[in-house]
Write a protein that binds this ligand. Sequence first.
Ligand code: FES
Length: 346
Amino acid sequence: MNWLKWHLYLAALCGLQMLLWIGSGLTLSLLDEDYLDANRYRAQSIQAPGIMAQHFTPGRVSLPADVTEVQLDNLLSRPVYRIELGERSMNLWADTLEPLVLDDALLRKIATASISAPLLDGMEYHPGDSIGFPDSAKVALFNAETDRNTRVLIDAQSGKLLAHKDKGSDLKELLLMLHFMDYAPGNGIAFNHIGIRLFALLTLLMVLSGAFVVWQRWQAGFYQIRFKRPILQAPTLIVLDTQGEELGRFNVGAYLLESINADAPLLPTQCGGGGSCGLCALVFTDNPPDATEADLNRLRGKVEQGHRLACQHGSYCGRVRLVNKAQERYWHKQQQSNEPLTSENV
Ligand code: FES
């Protein structure tokens, strides 16, 4: 497995989410709160019910046995009982104790009462899951006549006002979604949803793959500690062409590929040292270093003949040979284009 490639993909993914997190957080803190507020047309006054609620009387009208909570609410100036029955709930008009049944006209009245702007004709029904209210089975949506695309959302079964939304709150929801990685609908704003767990896992994998790449490189001699010694004979890295003719001598640096390409890119690469393109392959004519995983994956049987990827090995003293004519042509072309202009080559 090419760990460096996976590490780079994971780093790109985590880095992108990091940028989104910073960008969305910064935008949220810089935007005017008033612009994001969808409640500017919300009606302020709620009329108290003008009719008295009936009491539940054992023997005459009694509550179901499994009731867990009863609340007295107000809908269109009429009292309403909100009754919780464990996982279920029911709603009764409290003045008649009849079930609350809401048709389009009643829902429109509730929406109209909640907003100080006129509503447009027509309405839509949406499943609560699809519109950000997973606790509501069915949501009635009304558009209002404002310059901010204001919508009124009502729970179609209980008649409760769920929210006013507009272009400001849409933007806020988008920024919060990016900030909290809330890409799966119905997550809600929570810190432990599947998106966050997934990114936490990806970040962990990024760290582990990075650690593994460092370990592989350390094994390949990338991070050797060097003590200064008097240089007896330099340079000691010699590159030969495919016929064994010397092409150049190079100072030994920390990495083999960089030792050769320090002044000019004489050896081709396409993956930037990722160990996947295979363009930097060389034959080690003296003592080949131990083959790395990338060598084995990319060069397979040639490893036995001393082939190695230059980008996968640290400092090396000795002779290495180009493996094909294409490398040779590239080498000479690069050498020519990097030669200083003289009267002879002009
Ligand atoms: S630079 Fe691509 S494999 Fe070495």
